[in-house]
Design a protein around this ligand. Structure first.
Ligand code: ATP
Ligand code: MG
Length: 295
């Protein structure tokens, strides 16, 4: 199956606002957010809990309606979609933390589900699903029920399912959130690989710095807005940037008294000079605390 042909950005969001509820209890989950994602980009969305990441992803997948603003995906204005089911089935693929596989169906049958209505021949559907199971490294687990798979394997099945109809855009909400670091690395490698080999555009919400660093661009959100938009150029530079913004890096920049026990004065000075270069200040807030993957 071919990717749907798209010229220009795969995602274009203009002045997107989402208010849940009304009156006293109204929550402004998205607050006039605008952003573009280019076709073929692999983008991470980060930010503190409640800042609107999942809300944004739901809007991109036409799972929810904006209060204000416009979302275009693959050139289509989502408020004017004639066939929302078709859009959800063909243009986007979802991967959620709770992968909600159907427990009574085998892994391969789960992958087949979205193909119903898209491919009429049962045999072709089976072949396609088997191919996808192979793609995610689970060719030998096709006949297992979800309950017989590990968390990481289930997540890979969910990814295979999200790929069933060759979507132009994959939306992943903390796909490795519930996994140990090795399974998390596998999921990440799989997404990177899809992005590179198939040119699939991917937007991944993550709290994990390592996941974010493996993408090409990091959007940071706060209070329903994007507060920083940063392209990753050089992995080493990115490591230093992350280090500079970590609690440790910030401590080093501000106050290194305790470190004198371990490092020579001149090394601290050199390190501080290096870190200063990557500490662009704008990205510090909300990012240095609460991360579950601080080294
Ligand atoms: N259906 C809803 N009804 C009312 N408020 C909601 C609803 N969904 C989300 N919210 C509120 O909107 C805000 C943004 O929620 P969202 O789920 O997008 O956050 P998030 O960035 O994904 O957080 P987390 O990292 O915890 O998943 C939160 O304050 C949340 O309480
Ligand atoms: Mg969320």
């Amino acid at each position: 199956m071919e990717h749907q042909k798209t010229d220009g950005p795969i995602v274009r969001v203009v002045n997107l606002t989402k208010v849940y509820g009304s009156g006293e209890t109204a929550v402004r989950a998205l607050d006039g957010l605008s952003v573009e994602v280019q076709t073929g980009e692999f983008v991470a969305v980060m930010g503190p809990s409640g800042c609107g990441k999942s809300t944004l992803l739901n809007m991109l997948g036409a799972l929810d309606q904006p209060t204000e603003g416009t979302v275009w995906v693959a050139g289509e204005d989502l408020s004017k979609l004639k066939n929302v089911d078709r859009f959800r089935a063909r243009t986007v693929g979802f991967v959620f933390q709770l992968h909600n596989l159907l427990p009574t169906m085998t892994a391969q049958e789960n992958v087949e589900v979205p193909l119903q209505g898209q491919i009429s021949s049962r045999k072709e559907r089976r072949e396609r699903a088997a191919h996808l199971m192979q793609l995610v490294g689970l060719a030998d687990r096709c006949d297992h029920l979800p309950g017989q798979l590990s968390g990481g394997q289930r997540q890979r099945v969910a990814i295979a399912r999200s790929l069933a109809n060759s979507p132009s855009l994959i939306l992943a909400d903390e796909p490795s959130g519930a996994l140990d670091s090795q399974s998390s690395d596998e999921i990440l490698a799989l997404l990177s690989d899809l992005n590179r080999s198939q040119g699939t555009s991917i937007v991944v919400v993550t709290h994990d710095r390592r996941v974010a660093q493996a993408t090409q661009r990091i959007l940071r959100m706060q209070d329903g807005s994007i507060v920083s938009d940063h392209r990753i150029t050089d992995p080493l530079e990115e490591d230093l940037r992350m280090f500079a913004q970590s609690q440790f890096g910030q401590t080093l920049l501000e106050n290194s008294r305790t470190l004198h026990k371990f490092i020579e004065e001149q090394d601290i000075a050199a390190l501080r000079l290096l870190l200063q270069e990557y500490d662009d200040g704008a990205e510090v807030s909300g990012e240095t605390s609460g991360s579950s993957t601080e080294a």
